[in-house]
Design a protein around this ligand. Structure first.
Ligand code: WT7
Length: 585
C-alpha cells in the first residue's frame, strides 16, 4: 500500500545538524567527523575518553550525563565529573586485578548504574567490553563467554548463582567475577563490586589505545553454528558520534532517551556511547515497558529525543492515539525507531498520537552504527528506512554466476542490501571465524543478509531477511542455538526452529520437534520441553511454542529445511523443494 509522504517544513528542522541531505552527503568525509573528537596523544583513540573525560577536561564536568530512574522511581544523577570518577574507580579495580588491555570483560546485568560504570571503566582500562542481555539463560551466556575467552564478568549474585556458577569451572579463562546486589554470604570466588568501588581510587589515566585496538565484542546470530562475535575497535566512536548528530540530531542541550538494553548493540552504541560523546543528558529507565510509565518519563524528564523500537511502538499503539496526548510532551522534537520493520501504520500513528512521525533507521550488529536513516530535515515515506548516512554507500545487489554480485539500479527491484565497506564502526572480524567473516564480502560489497529495494528518490525499503535468523521484539535469535538446546533433552531426536509472525513482537520463536523412539507426544511433554528450553536459554531466546512432528523436512545432505517448515506453518507456497529428501524414514 502507498502511504502519503510526510512533508517536512523548514520550521520542523530549524536547528537540525543535517539541513540539506544531498549537499551534505556529497561533501562529507570521515576525517571531518574524526576531527570532532580529542583522540589521545600520538594518534591514539579511546571510546571512554571521548564519552566522558573529554567533557570534564573541557570544563563541562558539572553537566548532567546520566539520569538513572530505578524500578521504584528512585532517581540517581551522574554528572560527567561523577561519571569520570566512578569509571576511573572501576578501571582501577580491573587494573589491580591484573585485567589488562585486550582482556575480555563481560557484563550480565539489567540496566543498573553499575552497568554503565563498568562498561565505560572497561574501555578506559583498554579492555574489551562484551555486554550480554540479562534475559539470557546459562547456555547463551556460556557460549558467548567461551568464544570470547572471558577473563572477567560483572553480574548480580542471583544471576551468578543461576546462570554462571553451575558451569564456571569449565571456563578456565574466567578469573574474576564482580557481583552487584550481593549478600553477606557471597559465593566463593567472587568480589563485591560496590565494596571494591568504594575503596578504589577515583583517578586513573586512560590506557592508551590505538584506533584499531579491539574495544567491543558484540555477539550476533547466524543461521547455523555458534553465535558470532562481531569485533569492533575504538575507531567506531567516530561513527557513533557523527551518526548521533546526523540521524538522531543530538545537540549538547538535548535530553535523550534510548530505550534499548545495552545487552544488545543499540543499547551500547546509542544507549551509552553516542549520547555521551555528544555531551547530552541521557535517561536510563531500569524498568520494562509500560505505556503509562514511558509517557510519564517522556513528560517529566522533558525528553527531547527518543530512540525506541517497533515492538514498543506497537505496544503503545494498543492504547488509543489520545493516550499520549494526556501528557505534556511539548519538548519532544524527534522520535526514532530501529531494529525491525516499522510498519507504515506505526509511523502514521505517531503523527496522530504525538504530532510527529517516527523516523525509522536501519543498521546491524556488524555495522556498529546507523547506516540508513530518515533525517529530521527530510520528508518521511512511511514504511521506508530512509537514505544512507553521509559517508555510507548502499546498494541493492544480486548474486550472479561465478560467486560475484551485480548491482541492481532499477528502482524498486528487490535484491540484497549491500554496503561499500569503509566506515569506522564496521566490524573488523567475527572473532576466530575468518571464513564466516570473509563470506560477507563479495565484489567490494559487504552483504548484509537483508533483502531490500531502493526507490527513485534513493529511499530504501526493507523486504525481509535472506536467511533463517529470527527477529523477535527486535532481538536477533539464531535458530541453531535454540535447536541445540532442545536437542539436549533426552526425548528430542530433531528440532527445527523458525519465527512465526506475531502482530506485536514481529515474530515469535516456534520449534518443531521430532521425538526419539519410545517417546510419545503429549501436552505434558510439550510443557516440559518449553520449560527445559526456557531454563537453559532464558526467556529472551526460548521458543514460545513447540509442535511435535513425526519427521522434519530435510535436504539430502541432512539439513533441516526451516524455510519449508515456515512455508507450511504459514500456508505459503513451498517454493523450490528440489533438494528435499523424502520425509519418510
Ligand atoms: C537486523 C540487525 C539495529 C541495530 C541493532 C540490531 C533488522 C534492523 C531495521 C529496520 C527492518 C531492521 C535487519 C537487520 N533491522 N533495523 N529499520 N527495518 N529491519 O542489530 O540484532 O544485528 O539486527 O535487524 O534484519 O539485518 P541486529
Amino acid at each position: 500500500m502507498e502511504w502519503e509522504r510526510i512533508r517536512k517544513r523548514p520550521e520542523d528542522y530549524v536547528s537540525a545538524n543535517l539541513q540539506e541531505y544531498e549537499g551534505y552527503a556529497k561533501n562529507f568525509a570521515w576525517s571531518q567527523a574524526r576531527a570532532l573528537l580529542d583522540g589521545l596523544p600520538g594518534g591514539g583513540l579511546n571510546i571512554a575518553h571521548e564519552a566522558v573525560d573529554r567533557h570534564v577536561l573541557a570544563g563541562r564536568g558539572d553537566k548532567l550525563a546520566l539520569r538513572w530512574i530505578g524500578r521504584d522511581d528512585r532517581i540517581r544523577d551522574f554528572s560527567y565529573a561523577t561519571l569520570r570518577a566512578q569509571t576511573n574507580r572501576f578501571a582501577n579495580i580491573l587494573a589491580q586485578a591484573g585485567i589488562a588491555k585486550g582482556d575480555r570483560v563481560y557484563l550480565l546485568l539489567g540496566r543498573s548504574v553499575e552497568l554503565y560504570i563498568a562498561a565505560l571503566g572497561t574501555l578506559k582500562n583498554g579492555s574489551v567490553l562484551s555486554p550480554m542481555f540479562s534475559a539470557f539463560g546459562p547456555e547463551p551466556a556460556k557460549a558467548r563467554m567461551t568464544i570470547g575467552n572471558a577473563k572477567a564478568l560483572v553480574t548480580t549474585e542471583a544471576f551468578y548463582r543461576r546462570k554462571i556458577e553451575p558451569w564456571r569451572k569449565e571456563l578456565a579463562s574466567l578469573q574474576h567475577v564482580f557481583l552487584t546486589e550481593c549478600s553477606a554470604n557471597r559465593p566463593p570466588g567472587t568480589v563485591d563490586l560496590n565494596a571494591a568501588l568504594a575503596q578504589a581510587s577515583d583517578s586513573f589515566e586512560t590506557v592508551w589505545t590505538s584506533p584499531e585496538d579491539m574495544a567491543l565484542l558484540h555477539f550476533t546470530s547466524g543461521t547455523t553454528g555458534k553465535p558470532k562475535g562481531a569485533v569492533h575497535v575504538h575507531e567506531a566512536v567516530v561513527a557513533h558520534h557523527i551518526t548521533g548528530q546526523l540521524a538522531l540530531d543530538l545537540h549538547a542541550d538535548d535530553i535523550f532517551w534510548c530505550t534499548a538494553d545495552p545487552g544488545w548493540i543499540t543499547g551500547t552504541s546509542y544507549g551509552i556511547i553516542s549520547p555521551l560523546t555528544n555531551g547530552v543528558t541521557m535517561i536510563v529507565d531500569q524498568a520494562e515497558f509500560d505505556a503509562e510509565r514511558w509517557c510519564r518519563i517522556l513528560q517529566d524528564q522533558k525528553v527531547t529525543i527518543w530512540y525506541t523500537a517497533p515492538t514498543a511502538i506497537r505496544m503503545l499503539m494498543k492504547t488509543s492515539a489520545d493516550f499520549p496526548k494526556r501528557f505534556d510532551l511539548s519538548k519532544l522534537r524527534l522520535m526514532a525507531s530501529v531494529g525491525e520493520p516499522l510498519n507504515p501504520e506505526a509511523v502514521v500513528w505517531g503523527v496522530d498520537a504525538f504530532g510527529k512521525p517516527f523516523h525509522d533507521n536501519w543498521w546491524q550488529t556488524e555495522t556498529g552504527g546507523i547506516m540508513i536513516s530518515n533525517y529530521l530535515s527530510m520528508d518521511v515515506k512511511p514504511g521506508s528506512m530512509g537514505r544512507p548516512l553521509p559517508g555510507v554507500t548502499a546498494g541493492i545487489v544480486e548474486r550472479v554466476e561465478g560467486g560475484a554480485v551485480r548491482e541492481i539500479t532499477e528502482p524498486m527491484a528487490m535484491g540484497e542490501l549491500a554496503l561499500r565497506p569503509g566506515w569506522p564502526s564496521m566490524m573488523r572480524a567475527y572473532l576466530n571465524e575468518e571464513e564466516r567473516y570473509r563470506k560477507c564480502f563479495v565484489g567490494g560489497w559487504y552483504l548484509t543478509g537483508d533483502l531490500a529495494m531502493r526507490d527513485s528518490d534513493g529511499y530504501f525499503w526493507f523486504v525481509g531477511r535472506n536467511d533463517d535468523v529470527i527477529k523477535s521484539a527486535g532481538h536477533l535469535i539464531g535458530p541453531f542455538e535454540v535447536e541445540s538446546a532442545l536437542m539436549e533433552h533426552p526425548a528430542v531426536a530433531e528440532a527445527g526452529v523458525i519465527g512465526v509472525p506475531e502482530p506485536t513482537a514481529g515474530e515469535v520463536v516456534k520449534a518443531y520437534v521430532a521425538l526419539k523412539g519410545g517417546f510419545e507426544p503429549s501436552e505434558a511433554l510439550r510443557k516440559e520441553l518449553l520449560g527445559h528450553a526456557r531454563q537453559r536459554l532464558g526467556p529472551a531466546v526460548a521458543p514460545k511454542d513447540i509442535a511435535f512432528r513425526q519427521n522434519l523436512p530435510k535436504t539430502r545432505s541432512g539439513k533441516i529445511m526451516r524455510r519449508l517448515l515456515k512455508a507450511r506453518e504459514l500456508g505459503l507456497p513451498e517454493g523450490d523443494i528440489s533438494t528435499l529428501e523424502s520425509e519418510e524414514r
